[in-house]
Write a protein that binds this ligand. Structure first.
Ligand code: PGA
Length: 249
């Protein structure tokens, strides 16, 4: 059985004080849920967030990491550093990393391999741009993102993978994929994984939808059979909104 997951990607928002305030509000308001709830604060607040949530079911995850073990990579952070402060899961391949920081499929494949080798869980993000959808290339774009960065992973490692389909045109734009568009793509992703691996891997991997999920649209999106939760940006920065989205699942 695959898990339901609601994850908040805080991006470059919330300083330490604000992080602690938001975490306190989330802990206080967290509803009873079978879903895994995760938050991804910025690097420098990970340690404090982990401590703050020590007795909470909310998991702290990282937004990114470098593929190298250690060394002369100014400004970067390694898998070991994440593990050492109590992080078990890392987001890899977010569209903002691809668009603004030049992360190619090749780089992402190295990151995925390095993270899994260290025992981290990987939340792998991918999704097409607006032109791809307009030209009806969205399925082939998604397929090649998966093939190029993920499908060299061995079958046993799939228990450590979470997928987040995030159409770039829906991220931070207020525009959401319709529940039908999300379902159609998620079903396609499972079919692609079945072809590359097998049905059991395809059926057991959680596939989250991301892109302008809000309290107002979460119930409908999460009601689709192949949508196992959401990766939430903007709405995760407000405790009431994030809690409403958790309730929606
Ligand atoms: P958004 O961001 O919810 O603000 O669209 C989603 C994401 O980037 O993960």
């Amino acid at each position: 059985m695959r898990s339901k997951i609601v994850a908040g990607n805080w991006k470059m928002n919330k300083n330490l004080t604000e992080t602690e305030t938001l975490l306190a509000a989330l802990s206080a308001k967290l509803p009873d849920t079978e879903a895994e709830v995760m938050v991804a604060p910025t690097y420098i607040n990970l340690t404090s967030a982990v401590r703050h949530l020590e007795s909470s079911p909310i998991e702290v995850i990282a937004q990114n990491m470098h593929f190298a073990e250690s060394g002369a990579y100014t400004g970067e952070i390694s898998a070991d550093m994440l593990l050492n402060v109590g992080i078990d899961t890392v987001i890899i391949g977010h569209s903002e990393r691809r668009a603004y920081f030049g992360e190619t499929d090749e780089i992402l494949a190295k990151k995925v391999t390095a993270a899994l080798a260290k025992g981290l869980r990987v939340m792998f993000c991918f999704g097409e741009e607006l032109e791809d959808r307009k030209s009806e290339n969205h399925f082939s774009v998604v397929q090649s993102q998966l093939k190029n960065a993920l499908f060299s992973v061995d079958a046993n490692s799939w228990s450590k993978i979470i997928l987040a389909y995030e159409p770039v045109w829906a991220i931070g734009t207020g525009e959401t994929a319709s529940p039908e568009q999300a379902q159609e793509m998620h079903a396609f992703i499972r079919k692609t994984i079945t072809e590359a691996y097998d049905t059991s891997i395809a059926n057991n991997v959680s596939i989250l939808y991301g892109g302008s999920v809000k309290p107002a649209n979460a119930v409908e999106i999460f009601s689709k059979p192949d949508v196992d939760g959401g990766l939430i940006g903007g709405a995760a920065l407000n405790a009431d909104d994030f809690v409403a989205i958790i309730k929606a699942i």
